[in-house]
Design a protein around this ligand. Structure first.
Ligand SMILES: [Zn+2]
Length: 479
């Protein structure tokens, strides 16, 4: 059986249609548009990284307008990963059809069997599972849809929030536990609601089937899934009440930022030489009363598909490899770019630091003069005329602005939460240490200072003390 291959950013468009069954959308859909007749079949689509409403509409044979109307979406550009969308009039999936599911945090085998109405036997056989109770995040499962013949779970309902609603009143009104309501909608207390918002009201036993996390954890999302060598992953966690989180991934301690005592975010740079495989992440929440709860995840890391190149150096350039020259500078830069500032300056997509063409990508494995491929290109190179502008890609604070022997005129910006960017070989530096820069601000000029063979900008990013591909941050929004 051919395995389903994800693209580098984890978009898994085939994997996410959760058909809940005919009639499910009846009451909810009837409220959505006076003119549309009730759909015969309604599907819930969980938005994946890299998806757009247009792509989702194509996938389900419907239109952007129909999805927007059914979900009260005003700006069709704005959907978020993990959002549940009601897809009216989706083409039904025939029983026995092969569907794909990428395992996410909170998935359990029990949940997957229920959602796809399939059997343990068929899952084990189709996926050659030897330990079906040991799923990992990013695992791709091939499933035979609708073969179990059992009754589908009680459908959930959508509740359009009215001005006088609050989360406690809704839990009482629908007779569902408050925690289930929070978990099902990825909310945490105090959970402010706004008129026009739509809340999922779990049916009987439904909340447990959809999210399988130990309380106080109510939500956990990871992007991208799977993780990729040389890229950043973000993990968003919610807890029912205030909690202090600690954790480790691949054996490294994690720096976890908490935004309002119940929302927690960690960013992790996966080193480009990490061997592809499945790695444990352990997260522990400590409540104010000292109660400890541990969430264990196993996360798949994929090969980044980086190329390789051999660089030949003339004898007079050999001191590039002389560690007496390179090592002290490396130490200085590495220490500076491995810090952690608890204030976050970056917000959303980063801009490009240069309008020049990319002349060398991040991650290419490098050997010198036919040696071993034990180094890699640690940033992205932009070609450009000397003197062309270098722009700050995001807000931050300048923590280094000086001339270095190898990197030439160098600037380092601290963007907060362990995210740093560096700019090497400049002809001119336009900022000084302590400057607060804003996105798009000119911070320097392209040049060829230091060990450089021609004018270019080397743009480098560190996350959690690891060099990662900054171009991911131009297309994926963080945190
Ligand atoms: Zn470079």
């Amino acid at each position: 059986m051919k395995r389903f291959r994800l693209n580098r950013f984890g978009a898994a468009v085939l994997a996410v249609a959760l058909v809940i069954g005919a009639g499910f959308g009846g009451p909810a859909a009837a409220q959505d548009g006076e003119n549309s007749s009730p759909p015969a079949e309604t599907t819930i689509h969980v938005v994946q990284q890299g998806e757009t409403l247009f792509r989702i509409a194509m996938l389900h044979g419907t239109t952007v307008e129909a999805i927007a109307a059914a979900n009260g979406i005003i700006d069709v550009q704005v959907i978020s990963v993990g959002q549940r969308l009601l897809i009216p009039g989706a083409q039904p999936i025939a029983p026995g059809a092969v569907v794909y599911h990428t395992v996410k945090p909170g998935d359990s085998l029990h949940k997957i069997l229920r959602i796809y109405n399939t059997t343990l036997d068929s899952v084990v056989t189709s996926n050659y599972l030897t330990s079906p109770d040991q799923l990992y995040v990013g695992q791709e499962l091939v499933l035979s849809y609708g073969v179990s013949g059992t009754v589908l779970p009680t459908p959930a309902r959508l509740h359009p929030v009215e001005a006088e609603d609050n989360i406690y009143r809704l839990a009482l009104r629908y007779g569902v536990p408050l925690n289930d309501l929070l978990r099902y909608n990825a909310l945490s207390l105090p959970a402010p609601l706004f008129a026009g918002q739509r809340l999922w009201i779990p049916g009987e036993g439904e909340a447990d089937a959809l999210v399988d996390l130990p309380l106080p954890f109510t939500a956990c999302t990871i992007a991208p899934i799977p993780a990729v060598q040389g890229q950043t992953i973000s993990v968003h966690l919610a807890t029912t009440g205030p909690a202090t989180l600690t954790g480790s991934f691949m054996g490294f301690p994690l720096q976890i930022a908490t935004e309002d005592a119940t929302r927690h975010v960690l960013l992790f740079g996966v080193h480009t030489f990490t061997v592809a495989g499945v790695y444990p992440m352990v997260l522990t929440a400590v409540a104010p009363d000292g109660t400890q709860t541990t969430l264990r995840l196993r996360i798949r890391v994929d090969d980044g598909g980086y190329g390789a190149e051999d660089i030949s150096l003339e004898t007079q350039q050999q001191d590039l490899l002389n560690t007496d020259v390179t090592e002290p500078e490396w130490q200085k830069v590495a220490i500076m770019m491995s810090g952690f500032t608890s204030q976050r300056y970056f917000d959303g997509l980063m801009g490009l630091p240069s309008t020049g063409a990319v002349t060398s990508q991040f991650g290419t494995r490098r050997a010198y003069n036919g040696g071993v491929l034990n180094t890699f290109h640690s940033g992205v190179d932009f070609g450009g005329a000397p003197g062309s502008s270098i722009l700050a890609p995001a807000a931050g604070v300048v923590v280094l602005a000086e001339s270095l022997p190898v990197r030439g005129n160098a600037t380092i910006i601290d963007h907060g939460w362990g995210v740093y960017t560096g700019y090497w070989h400049q002809s001119e530096i336009n900022v000084t240490v302590g400057d607060v820069v804003s996105p798009g601000q000119v911070i320097g000029m392209v040049g060829s200072t230091g060990r450089s063979t021609g004018p270019h900008l080397h743009w480098e990013m560190w996350v959690g003390g690891v060099q990662v591909d900054p171009m991911q941050w131009v297309s994926q929004s963080f945190p």
